[in-house]
Design a binder for this molecule. Structure first.
Ligand SMILES: Cc1ncc(COP(=O)(O)O)c(C=O)c1O
Length: 404
């Protein structure tokens, strides 16, 4: 995908125009991606012309919507190399990980067992396990990082014992953009008999993911980071593991038979989708996958790699600027500008129609490790281009002048 192609891709995204009618240099795609018109249209059709409930209606519109909803499941599962019966729609990656902790975790882990996380995890892949620790007494270990901010798999290998029942790592760090060798991590986890969960939130939008090739047991991600809507995400899990997991929430749709004496559960994945699901969001989720596949995830990955190389080179020329993460970070560049607080930088950049993220990025243990309260983060998407980087650099230079 060359620059000309991405420039034309910008036109697919109605959100990329600022309130003053000027281009909006949106560099916060790791927080949430802008939506292409095709996704907006799919959602609006599903909410309008095609709208009906799923799984219960005897009328044809509902039957069609059920087909659409289940086709969306197939489409989303296929995007990461999985099958429909292995994919649960959740509210997002956060709920997917909470689901695993609350069901598989509570069912399989007990005091004396251990979980291995890493220093760079998002709070979504820390706090659910702490909640589980409260319930079960399971212990949590933290794998350190390499000097350039990757999960140190050599250290993980040394730390893992037969007591470890789960390894849960981010595929791509939302702060540093560092990539995990997920295949190696899976093999290491399995070698001690542990399951391996991947937080794929930041990987799925920016690299080809194949759960079978990784060999993981659980894979969690969110639609809104993949150019789809908020309010929906997915948990993929090995069929036999999913099939053996107890329900997460109780209610309609997740049952087989209910009496006041005893209730039996529906098969997975329906067992984990209590209540009326996010129907229109699921349809739009699949439309986002269609859109991304229409461009090609490899092309998007190569495009973001080029932008990261350019951005890091430009940022490295600014004397007082400290860059975090590895040189080959995936679509995400975090930095600190001298003594200037990232929030001040973000505010000044906003005046120039440049949107970055400033804060702890829901990764406070990583901030502690880096020795900073916050970082500035520029993150790219398939619509980002060199103009966005140039606007960022101009804004940083202006900020430096303002702060003298
Ligand atoms: C690495 C990572 N994990 C988990 C999450 C949580 O995703 P969501 O808020 O969509 O559930 C995020 C969101 O920023 C993330 O970047």
């Amino acid at each position: 995908m060359n620059t000309a192609t991405t420039t034309s891709r910008k036109a697919d995204f109605p959100g990329l125009i600022g309130s003053n009618g000027q281009p909006w240099h949106y560099l916060d795609t790791a927080a949430t991606a802008q939506k292409p018109q095709a996704v907006v249209d799919a959602m609006s059709r599903a909410l309008g012309r095609d709208y009906a409930t799923v799984h219960r209606g005897v009328y044809s519109r509902s039957a069609e919507m059920t087909l659409g909803y289940e086709a969306a499941r197939r489409r989303v599962a296929g995007f990461i190399g999985g099958r429909e019966e292995e994919l649960v729609f959740t509210r997002g990656a956060t709920e997917a990980i909470n689901l695993v902790a609350a069901t598989w975790g509570a069912d399989n882990l007990k005091a004396g067992d251990r979980i291995l996380l890493s220093t760079l995890e998002h709070h979504s892949n820390i706090v659910p396990w702490q909640l589980l620790r409260e319930r079960t007494g399971v212990a949590i270990d933290v794998c350190p990082l390499t000097a350039d901010g990757c999960i140190d798999l050599d250290a993980a290998e040394r730390m893992l014992t037969k007591q470890h029942k789960l390894v849960a790592f981010a595929h791509v760090s939302n702060v540093l953009g560092s990539r995990l060798d997920a295949r190696r991590a899976a093999d290491m986890a399995h070698a001690v008999g542990a399951k391996f969960l991947v937080d794929g939130c930041q990987a799925v939008p920016r690299m080809a993911v194949d759960v079978a090739a990784i060999g993981c047991d659980f894979y969690a991600f969110s639609a809104h980071k993949l150019y789809g809507p908020t309010g929906i995400g997915a948990l993929w899990a090995i069929k036999d593991i999913l099939g053996a997991m107890p329900p997460y929430q109780g209610g309609g749709s997740m049952i087989d038979r209910v009496t006041f004496e005893r209730t039996t559960w529906a098969d997975a994945p329906q067992r984990f989708e209590a209540g009326t699901p996010a129907i229109t969001e699921a349809i739009a989720f699949a439309a986002a996958v269609d859109y991304v596949e229409g461009i090609g995830i490899e092309a998007i990955a190569a495009h973001e790699d080029r932008l990261v190389t350019t951005a890091r080179a430009e940022l490295a020329r600014i004397n007082s600027l400290r860059l975090f993460g590895p040189n080959d970070s995936a679509g995400i560049v975090s930095f600190q500008l001298g003594e200037i607080h990232p929030h001040d930088l973000g505010t000044i950049l906003d005046e120039a129609n440049v949107a970055i993220r400033a804060g702890h990025h829901c990764a406070q243990p990583l901030m502690d490790h880096l020795g900073v309260p916050a970082t500035a983060r520029a993150s790219f998407g398939l619509y980002s281009d060199e103009d966005d980087i140039a606007a960022l650099i101009r804004g940083i230079e202006r900020t430096l002048k303002i702060f003298g």
